[in-house]
Design a protein around this ligand. Structure first.
Ligand code: SAH
Ligand code: SF4
Ligand code: F3S
Length: 476
């Protein structure tokens, strides 16, 4: 069945319609259980950023209400869903690779339903490839109609046909979808969707659409409900949180939103990402400084240090402007920890340009940095730029950058050794027994001796040994 269309509006009863279908499928799954003694299972695979992770919580919520149980074992799943990313080419290659072995699983379990959704599916060339080469896929949808999963699944079950339902845009924000979060004490909350910035290397604005902010009241109500359910830390999500609220009927700034969330009783920590340097206002810096619950950590991607490259990336700030912002942040919030994203090998990047990137890393001193090799994304302006950089040059620069980042991270975190800080314990350590892992208010990762009873609590910990990307601590 082909059904690719633009759906500009969906009535509010749409959610009720989906809920009725959820109920129908739940009954089908209950029947199946009565007949076979078996529950149907889903496997939920998510790639990409925190936006996708949050979307997958909603997918899990809907599937659970439909009577499916989550499994870690892909082979055994009755329903497999991949929420995909396309920000770099390797993410896409991984999906195609996995579809290869999924075909194998499905040949042994013919009732298995395979669904693909997320950013990668918003690209027409990907849809063509799936139609041609991956005919064992059952349901394909995009980033704008996630809430329609129940209906798409129902149509697939009833018709046996492959369903493609990809929209080019959708303005309305569907509130109140069921959702399941992995951790009891922390939650992600979307404050806006989409991006208007069109950095020339980036596919996100094409696959996530224009900026849309949720109403302040909806966000506050969601956070209050989360706190009542045991949440201590919220992560506010948007591709560019600094431009939150600009297009609302009653405009609100992100700083105002932060101040209001800070007043929510019972909430302990507020984090947010991502901030774009061009929109980082003094008002926001002051709100971060004044609000006791707001984490003193800021993720502020600079991407490249050279002004020529920044201009060609359409980032709309300069190296000097960025460094001035950093000075202001450090002055107002002395214990702030900064993290960033950096791209190496953007078309036309010269050795001199790259030196400017190293210079920013040296001057700022990040507590952690995500470094990426430029990946050509078809459809973006930079993909058409002539002077693409040879792989060996990029790799060499990338390795030099990593070496610098690693030393800098060690030096930056060193100044916290000896301090006692409150750590929100997140999980048992993956590597060592009898150790737990948590984060300080400025987002340092700390490992210290403890057991699972500490998870979700805040413990005072003395930071004793600097391992660069994490710190060993001792309960105070
Ligand atoms: N909205 C956020 C991040 C979006 S994507 C922001 O603007 O900061 C996360 C990171 O992926 C980006 O910050 C960038 O560093 C990287 N990225 C995006 N497109 C890329 C590309 N084509 N090649 C390599 N890295 C890319
Ligand atoms: Fe991509 Fe730039 Fe938007 Fe971030 S701000 S999502 S890098 S276009
Ligand atoms: Fe990837 Fe989409 Fe996020 S392209 S980085 S999952 S917005």
């Amino acid at each position: 069945m082909r059904n690719e269309q633009i759906k500009p509006n969906v009535s509010t009863t749409e959610l009720e319609r989906q809920q009725a279908i959820i109920e129908e499928i739940r009954q089908i799954n209950d029947e199946y259980f009565k007949e076979t003694g078996k529950k149907r299972h889903f496997y939920n695979f998510v790639m990409g950023c925190q936006m996708n992770a949050r979307d997958s919580e909603k997918l899990a919520g809907m599937l659970t209400e439909m009577g499916y149980i989550e499994t870690e074992n892909e082979k055994e799943a009755d329903f497999v869903i991949y929420n995909t990313c396309c920000v770099r080419e390797n993410a896409e290659n991984k999906v195609y690779g996995n579809l290869g072995y999924l075909k194998n699983y499905k040949s042994k379990k013919p009732d298995m339903i395979i669904a693909l959704c997320g950013c990668m599916m918003q690209q027409p060339t990907v849809i063509q490839t799936i139609k041609k080469k991956y005919r064992h896929v059952d349901i394909v949808f995009g980033t704008f109609n996630l809430y329609k999963l129940p209906e798409l699944l129902k149509t697939r079950l009833e018709t046996g046909h492959t369903i493609f339902d990809i929209w080019e845009t959708h303005e309305e924000i569907i509130e109140d979808l069921p959702s399941i979060r992995k951790k009891k004490f922390k939650a992600s909350v979307n404050i806006m969707f989409g991006c208007n910035n069109f950095c020339t290397y980036c596919i996100v604005p094409y696959v996530r659409g224009r900026e849309r902010s949720r109403k302040k009241e909806d966000i506050i109500a969601e956070i209050k409900a989360l706190v009542a359910d045991g949440v201590k830390e919220v992560m506010l999500l948007g591709q560019n949180v600094n431009s939150y609220g600009k297009n609302l009927e009653e405009p609100v700034t992100f700083a105002e939103l932060l101040r209001e969330i800070n007043e929510i009783e019972g909430l302990e920590r507020i984090r947010f990402m991502t901030s774009h340097p061009k929109d980082l206002s003094d008002e926001l810096i002051y709100a971060m400084r004044d609000c006791d619950k707001v984490s003193k950590a800021l993720h502020l991607p600079f991407q490249a240090g050279s002004n020529t490259v920044l201009e060609r990336m359409n980032r709309r700030y300069t190296k000097e402007g960025y460094l001035t912002l950093i000075d202001k942040l450090k002055k107002e919030i002395p214990d702030i920890l900064l993290t960033t994203d950096i791209i190496v090998g953007f078309p036309g990047e010269t050795e001199e340009d790259f030196e400017h990137t190293l210079d920013v890393v040296r001057k700022v001193g990040y507590s952690s940095a995500f470094t990426f090799i430029y990946s050509k994304r078809t459809g973006t302006p930079a993909a058409e730029y002539e002077d693409q950089i040879p792989e060996d040059v990029t790799k060499n620069r990338f390795n030099r950058l990593l070496t610098l980042v690693n030393t800098m991270v060690h030096d930056v975190n060193e100044k916290f050794i000896g301090h006692i800080m409150p750590v929100l314990v997140e999980e048992e350590s993956k590597n060592s027994k009898n150790m737990v892992t948590g984060r300080t208010p400025n987002n340092l990762l700390v490992h210290f001796e403890g057991d699972e009873s500490l998870i979700g609590t805040v413990v005072d910990v003395k930071l004793i040994e600097n391992k660069a990307f994490y710190i060993i601590g001792e309960r105070n």
